[in-house]
Every structure is written in structure tokens, then in C-alpha cells.
Write a protein that binds this ligand. Structure first.
Ligand SMILES: [Zn+2]
Length: 219
């Protein structure tokens, strides 16, 4: 039940509404087997993200809503093609898990990189046409206390009660984000002529997308 807390908070914030706010979800498309064609459509929910990541947290909300805004630019009325995207993410555990889940990017195939020097949360590119977007959280949206207490927690100097306080503040922040239009909290801008950095390690061929555009059997 603990992971429902932010949605309960969100419900409480909805001035008497008895309906729980629907959780964010994304429609994605992949290939349909190990050497398959494009066309396997699925819905990825915020709960799926939580299962991959291990817990509900505000960073997961930030990443999912922010990256989701960029993906809407690529696919305003079509499923997110997880065979045609690559992404650079900031290093936070939450942001990186959102990146691989929603884009299909993977480090071993050269489609997922991590950098804390990018001027935003994510840079995401559609490989086939080179269109590239950068995602930023608008200044002042995130409570400063989350970063200051977070730094203490990372240094492992935050007290047990301080950790509980930080969790409550993050839960409230995440619920606030879920209740707002992401367009008011994120900046998504197109980057022109962005040169994708070469991965600094060996990458491999993603063999399950090589036949993604193969025609169907005629017999
Ligand atoms: Zn997290």
C-alpha cells in the first residue's frame, strides 16, 4: 500500500473529487520476436516503471513526465517506437531507469548514455531522422530542501528522522507534479544539428530490430 501514498495525496488535493487520478501511461511499439518486425504494441504504466526501478519516488515522476513530454513531440498520435530512439540521461538512478524503459535505449547497443554534464535531464534523439530534444525541469519547480537534504542523505549523514522527512517531502513534490500539466513544469526544446557522442565503450548489434521493416510473408 505504501506506493499508493502519492496518488492518495493527489486524490486529497483534488478538492473533494472521489476519483483517483489515472496513473501516467505510454503506448509503445517494439518488434514482435527475436528477429521480428515492428508492430508489437503495449502500454507501459507508471506502475511498470516502479517495478523496474524498485520503488515509487519523485525522481521517477520527474523523469517519466519530463521524458514523456519529449516523446510526445516525436509521437504526438502514434506509439513510441522503442526501436528508433537513443537517449542521454543524467545519472540519477530514477532518471536512468525511466530513460531505458520509455525509449528502449540500452548501453550495450549504444543507444543509452549517462552524463551529468548535459544541460538538462535528458537529451533524446529519434535515430531515423536525427530530430533531437532536450528536457529540463523548470527552475524553482523542485523544492530546494529535496536537494539539500538529498545531499546529506547521499553523504549518509542524514538522521533516520531526516530520511523520513525527506521521503515525505519527495512524496508531496511528486504528487504535486502529477497534479500539474507537465507543460508548466518542464521545458522541452528541439536541438538542431546536435552531434550524438560516440559511446566510450564497445557496443553490440541489437539483432532483434534488424528485420523491423521486413515485409510480411506473402504465402
Ligand atoms: Zn528512485
Amino acid at each position: 500500500m505504501k506506493r499508493l501514498l502519492p496518488f492518495v495525496l493527489l486524490l486529497a488535493a483534488c478538492s473533494g473529487s472521489q476519483e483517483q487520478s489515472p496513473e501516467p501511461q505510454w503506448h509503445v511499439v517494439d518488434t514482435d520476436f527475436s528477429k521480428g518486425r515492428l508492430g508489437n504494441e503495449q502500454t507501459v504504466t507508471f506502475t511498470d516503471l516502479e517495478k523496474l526501478h524498485g520503488h515509487w519516488c519523485d525522481g521517477l515522476v520527474v523523469g517519466a513526465l519530463g521524458l514523456g513530454e519529449a516523446l510526445k513531440e516525436f509521437y504526438p498520435s502514434a506509439p513510441i517506437d522503442r526501436t528508433d530512439l537513443r537517449v542521454i540521461s543524467r545519472s540519477s538512478p530514477c532518471l536512468t531507469d525511466v530513460a531505458i524503459m520509455l525509449t528502449g535505449g540500452r548501453a550495450q547497443f549504444g543507444t543509452f548514455q549517462v552524463s551529468d554534464t548535459i544541460p538538462g535531464l535528458y537529451i533524446v534523439q529519434r535515430i531515423s531522422d536525427g530530430r533531437t530534444y532536450i528536457v529540463k525541469l523548470r527552475p524553482g519547480v523542485k523544492p530546494a530542501l529535496i536537494d539539500s537534504l538529498g545531499r546529506l542523505a547521499v553523504a549518509r549523514t542524514l538522521s533516520p528522522c531526516g530520511l523520513d522527512s525527506l521521503q515525505a517531502i519527495e512524496a508531496s513534490f511528486g504528487a504535486d507534479l502529477l497534479a500539474q500539466d507537465p507543460k508548466s513544469t518542464f521545458d522541452v526544446k528541439e536541438l538542431t544539428a546536435f552531434q550524438w557522442p560516440e559511446p566510450a565503450f564497445v557496443t553490440y548489434t541489437k539483432t532483434d530490430i534488424l528485420n523491423k521493416n521486413a515485409p510480411r510473408c506473402a504465402h
